[in-house]
Design a protein around this ligand. Structure first.
Ligand code: NAD
Length: 298
């Protein structure tokens, strides 16, 4: 199958590579030439532009940072000259970026008017899951479009959920990431407290992992450097899930809450914490660096 893949960052790069390794023809585009080169080295083809990647593709996958990138790409910055005009009628768009549900719905509507199928399929599982092909997909769209996408999603992930109509995948993802933001801040707070009281972070982490405080951060994403070899913390908080991306997701969660008058006090507090952390100059670091806010300095 011919696939156009746009957005080859920490997540999109390994996802595109898994599709190429599965034998698909993947034409890959990113604003970064270095990101394209990594996919080409793993069997993909370089595209000179997003239009070039989409040309003749049966499926277009996008993995971009935020709503404005997805809307700008497909609809054009001025509402014209977007990528939809370059996509063949009957093709399927799979957008795996985490963005506002309303943006997914807006792009899906324009796609439908152009005879193009669209699903939102945001993911969970981190860069480790993207590399291993074990992501969880949360899909919004019709059953039929999900079944078309399924063989490709199975090459990139191991859990595929149908959350509902277009936009529902995004809503599920935002609920999940609000919880993750809270859990990472809480886990960091607990480890920092233990260490300040003389505990070894490895020992404390293992005790909590196997006790009632156990959670995903303690399992695979420990925020304390050196506790887990493969964690972003041990790599100097690089190459994972950026603080500013978490801040974006917590903002989206608050927008969802405002829309239905939901009470999300911990989500709101988590957003404020990550915003202060970003302002402190840590926006580009992995989100687990939130522990720096809670550690005794010096
Ligand atoms: P990233 O910043 O590493 O990658 C984004 C890529 O998009 C960059 O390489 C950038 O050059 C490219 N890009 C931006 N605008 C473009 C355009 N117009 N055309 C082509 N390329 C463009 O981000 P990431 O960590 O890969 O995250 C991507 C999305 O996945 C985000 O919505 C994020 O919230 C979500 N997500 C990330 C993780 C994670 O652990 N990193 C996990 C789940 C979901």
């Amino acid at each position: 199958m011919q696939i156009g893949f746009i957005g080859l960052g920490n997540m999109g790069g390994p996802m595109a590579i898994n599709l190429a390794k599965a034998g698909h023809s993947v034409k890959a585009f990113d604003l970064s030439q270095e990101a394209i080169a990594k996919v080409v080295a793993a069997g993909g083809q370089a595209a000179g532009s997003a239009q070039d990647a989409a040309q003749g593709a049966e499926v277009i996958v996008t993995m971009l940072p935020a709503s404005q990138h997805v809307e700008g790409l497909f609809l054009g910055r001025d509402g014209q000259n977007g990528l939809l005009a370059s996509i063949a009628k009957g093709a399927l768009v799979i957008d795996s970026s985490t963005i506002a549900a309303a943006t997914s719905q807006k792009v899906a509507q324009a796609a439908q008017a152009a005879g193009i199928a669209f699903i939102d399929a945001p993911v969970s599982g981190g860069t480790g899951g993207a590399i291993a092909g074990t992501l969880t997909f949360m899909v919004g769209g019709s059953e039929a479009d999900l079944e078309r996408a399924r063989p490709l999603l199975e090459k990139m992930g191991k859990n595929i959920f149908h959350a509902g109509a277009v936009g529902a995948g995004q809503t599920a993802k935002i609920c999940n990431n609000m919880l993750l933001g809270i859990l990472m801040a809480g886990t960091s707070e607990a480890i920092a407290l233990g260490v300040a009281n003389g505990l070894d972070p490895k020992v404390l982490s293992e005790i909590m992992r196997r006790s009632s405080g156990g959670n995903w951060a303690l399992e695979v994403y420990n925020p304390y450097p050196g506790v887990q070899e493969a964690s972003a913390a041990t790599r100097g908080y690089t190459g994972g899930f950026g603080t500013d991306l978490m801040l974006k997701d917590l903002g989206l969660a608050q927008e969802h809450a405002t829309a239905v008058k939901a009470s999300t006090p911990l989500g709101g507090l988590a957003r404020a914490l990550y915003a202060a952390h970003s302002l402190g100059g840590h926006g580009g670091e992995d989100f687990s660096s939130i522990i720096k806010m809670l550690q005794k300095q010096g």
